[in-house]
Design a protein around this ligand. Structure first.
Ligand SMILES: [Zn+2]
Length: 129
């Protein structure tokens, strides 16, 4: 065998279990995003109708949109983790390529970075704020 097959860092039984968990998480996020788009319409309505308290209605809408954005980001991560499981590339850091600690993957299968890169990324993000 000359070409090395891509290989997940977790065994096939565990990969199967993680796949099931991620698929379930993706499904529940999609349901929540559907509900959120209905809720957003209501909140937009409040902004127009409830003129007496427009600023709190606007704030509620703004918060709702921020939460929606977080859910979308999480869903994208979950979907990309499912892709990686499919392609045999699951469990490697997206930044430096080292294997991610299996305990962290079990806790949060959608994570994309090893602890060191995660820490560095968070540090640079909070520094740029
Ligand atoms: Zn890394």
């Amino acid at each position: 065998m000359s070409v090395e097959e891509p290989r997940n860092t977790v065994g096939s039984a565990e990969a199967e279990e993680l796949r099931a968990r991620l698929a379930e998480q993706a499904a529940s996020l999609r349901r929540r995003l559907d509900e959120r788009s209905i809720k957003e319409e209501e909140l937009r309505g409040d902004c127009l109708l409830d003129a007496a308290d427009v600023s709190s209605a606007t704030e509620a809408l703004r918060q709702h949109q921020a939460d929606t954005e977080n859910d979308r980001t999480l869903l994208a991560r979950v979907e990309s983790a499912l892709d990686r499981l499919e392609n045999g590339r699951f469990g490697y850091c997206a930044r430096c390529g080292t294997e991610i600690d299996p305990d962290r993957l079990r806790a949060l299968p959608h994570i994309e970075h090893c602890l060191r890169c995660q820490t560095e990324l968070e540090r640079s993000q909070s520094a740029s704020r």
